[in-house]
Design a protein around this ligand. Structure first.
Ligand SMILES: Nc1ncnc2c1ncn2[C@@H]1O[C@H](COP(=O)(O)OP(=O)(O)OP(=O)(O)O)[C@@H](O)[C@H]1O
Length: 244
């Protein structure tokens, strides 16, 4: 492996380790499913969690699960091959979520319901496999987009947490890449032989989230330190000063 490539992957592993330690994400004997969409974030997470397994002081089992949304032209074979290569058991759950959302219910705002149904199917599979945790590929930029989306569209200050307990299914959801930036994830993607499967969803890149991503990017052009400060702000419990 070339030196620069090693450094890029080291950054990812460093970020994963920091998040895992700081938020106590993994306990000895955990059985963790990585939710793999085929997109860059979850593919890098899968590879990162596999490499982290080697030197993590806490031992855990790993599997990968893709929820097939029912789109005809979605080919999971590159993910399957990659999982074989890195020796991680891989499962695909076929669903008809796309048909329900687009053809039957003709949802005007399909993303929220789709995400809910997808999460349900993923959590069910985690339980079926007898696993107790699910890891998602969210990074710091996702968390910031969510923060601003919730403020602008829902009137509340909120983003997802590093660890969430899902009491109805008795599983924990962890986000080991939450301290990493999207650019770091992309850096690894481009340097390593990690396949990506394009999403066939017609909503892909036509969402409010995508608009928010572009808006934040343009702000960071004017305020280059803005991103890091926002990440610091999310983590800064002691200096929260609002109207209550
Ligand atoms: N079809 C799916 N099957 C399994 N897990 C999924 C699926 N879609 C999304 N996930 C999980 O949920 C996380 C967040 O999903 P989201 O749709 O926001 O993707 P994203 O931020 O674009 O990430 P990615 O690049 O991995 O697609 C993903 O990183 C992945 O861990």
């Amino acid at each position: 492996m070339k030196h620069a490539n090693k450094i890029a992957m080291k950054q990812i592993l460093g970020g994963i380790r920091k998040a895992v330690e700081e938020y106590d994400m993994i306990q000895d004997g955990d059985k963790i499913v990585v939710g793999v969409s085929g997109g860059k974030d979850s593919m890098v997470l899968l590879y990162g969690m596999k490499l982290f397994q080697r030197f993590s002081p806490v031992k855990y089992d790993l599997a990968a699960v893709t929820i097939g949304m029912g789109f005809e032209n979605f080919d999971t074979s590159p993910i399957e091959e990659f999982c074989k290569k890195i020796d991680v058991p891989y499962y695909v759950v076929d669903t008809d979520i796309a048909e329900i959302i687009f053809d039957i219910r003709k949802e005007k705002n399909p993303c929220a319901l789709c995400a809910k149904m997808r999460r349900g199917a993923l959590h069910d599979k985690v339980k079926d496999l007898g696993f107790n945790k699910v890891a998602l590929g969210h990074h710091a930029d996702d968390a910031l987009e969510t923060l601003f989306l919730s403020m602008f569209y829902e009137g509340r200050i909120s983003t997802f947490k590093p660890v969430t307990y899902l009491s109805n299914k008795d599983i924990h959801c962890i986000r080991p890449m939450l301290l990493l930036k999207e650019a770091q994830v992309e850096g690894v993607m481009n340097r390593h032989d990690i396949p990506v499967v394009e999403s066939p969803c017609p909503m892909d890149r036509h969402t409010k989230r995508e608009d928010m991503k572009l808006l934040l990017k343009s702000i960071y052009k004017d305020i280059p330190e803005g991103r890091d400060r926002l990440i610091r702000a999310i983590r800064n419990k002691d200096q929260l000063s609002l109207w209550f």
